[in-house]
Design a protein around this ligand. Structure first.
Ligand code: HAM
Length: 415
């Protein structure tokens, strides 16, 4: 049997990659808590109809990327390709409507059968928020400004540009769609094959096309923002005014339409030029019709999700693990003593490295590999006179200290 490989588009998180992941999620968890968001965890698989209708039958996700399977009970299930529909399902099935407004933070794996490349995977991870029950632009502003602050906290705000657009309410969109279809029909011969298909199914997505001819045709296409009715326009202006008041830079991108059917009004994306083709690092928008579409009472919503791998790829620095204190016992009695001491130091919160064996020089090497800052060396003499050997591994400086001193100085040694 050939050596086992991970499934294409999946990856293991090891060492620094795992640390970065944890740092990103922890930063988001702490920041969103400041805005009153509470963590929610929904199952990784749901009934297929949680996603099918809500994301849109013609969306890329539903039409070609979902991991759909029948389980042994013959239920049609899906590995979740995104988080919003599952959270709305949870909102409905837990009968939470009396607790509105609700603010949820979540993080975890998502699954899409896409062509893997840098920053694009089949199992990837998202963190995100959903704010349910508020239809005023204040909610859009809060969610977008939080996303901007998150990128700031992660030290990558300078690597991303915020693009926003409004796709209006259903009336505005229906009116615009008809105008757009008429425009594309007059250029149909030059449209790419994909776009020709989309003309019948989802013409707004043609605006997103990366095809050279399509891009030329799109340059002359009518702009959605010019077809917004008064209500939609007023909402969009209020969102922009709020972002300006907070000093959050953005550009209006009239061809930003997003790939999921549930959106209305505000859509936004933080894009980067640092990840090749995968330029979206955090995306979201308003979805006022989704709860009703899924069988709940009409409830507005707005939120975003960021690809954690993409955020990790952009990180310039991240806190390393707490540096351990290495205990180096020499001889059987010292082994026993150090085992107890390690237990005590760990219970006080210290990160302790206690190698599983080897001579002094081996253990010293292991301590260096573990990135220990200090080594505590214990042999027979040290046990007898109660003074432990103490070495600063950064400076090489050696001294002695008692166990009581070690415990007293622990907060300083852990820092
Ligand atoms: P989305 O744009 O499909 O939106 O995904 C959000 C983010 O997930 C993207 O901006 C990207 O960073 C990341 N992402 C998507 N696909 C992949 C992939 N194959 N590999 C790595 N990263 C990926 C949503 O999922 C919506 N639920 C966002 C939302 C929440 N809207 C409202 N609330």
């Amino acid at each position: 049997m050939s050596q086992l490989q991970p499934v294409r588009g999946t990856h293991d998180l090891l060492f620094d990659e795992a640390r970065k992941y944890e740092y990103v999620v922890q930063t988001a968890r702490q920041l969103t808590a400041r805005y009153g968001f509470e963590e929610i965890q929904t199952p990784i698989f749901e009934f297929a109809n949680v996603f099918n209708r809500t994301l849109g039958d013609t969306s890329d996700i539903v039409s070609k990327e979902m991991y759909t399977f029948k389980d042994k009970g013959d239920d049609l299930l899906c590995l979740r390709p995104e988080g919003t529909a599952g959270i709305v399902r949870a909102f409905i099935s837990n009968e939470l409507k009396r607790q509105l407004p609700l603010k949820f933070f979540s993080a975890g794996p998502m699954f899409r059968y896409e062509r893997p490349q840098k920053g694009r995977y089949r199992q990837f991870h998202q963190l995100g928020v959903e704010l349910l029950g508020v239809d005023t632009p204040q909610a859009d502003i809060e969610v977008i400004s939080q996303a901007a602050m998150l990128l700031g906290k992660l030290g990558i705000a300078d690597l991303a540009t915020l693009e926003i657009n409004s796709i209006g309410d259903k009336d505005s969109r229906d009116f615009y769609r008809a105008t757009l279809v008429a425009y594309y029909k007059s250029h149909e011969a030059r449209l790419s094959e994909d776009s020709k298909k989309r003309l019948a199914t989802n013409p707004l997505r043609i605006l997103d096309s990366k095809d050279k001819n399509d891009i030329e045709i799109n340059a002359g296409a009518p702009k959605l923002t010019e077809y917004l009715n008064d209500v939609s326009q007023a909402k969009f202006k209020a969102v922009q005014a709020g972002l300006e008041a907070l000093g959050i830079p953005f550009v209006v991108n009239p061809s930003l339409v997003r790939g999921l059917d549930y959106y209305c009004h505000t859509v936004f994306e933080f894009r980067t030029t640092h990840l090749g083709a995968q330029d979206a690092i955090l995306s979201g928008g308003r979805y006022d019709g989704l709860v009703e579409l899924m069988g709940g009472d009409p409830t507005p919503g707005v939120g975003y999700a960021a690809g954690i791998e993409r955020l990790c790829l952009l990180l310039k620095s991240f806190p390393g693990a707490q540096r351990p204190i290495s205990l180096i016992p020499l001889g059987e009695a010292a082994e026993k003593y150090c085992l107890k001491l390690s237990h005590q130091l760990r219970s006080e919160g210290a990160n302790v490295d206690l190698a599983y064996g080897g001579n002094m020089s081996n253990r010293m090497k292991k301590a260096t590999r573990a990135n220990a800052r200090y080594a505590v060396i214990v042999g027979e003499n040290e046990l007898k006179n109660g003074q432990l050997g103490f070495k600063n591994l950064d400076t090489g400086e050696q001294s002695t200290l008692s166990e009581a001193d070690l415990l007293r100085r622990l907060p300083e040694l852990m820092g």
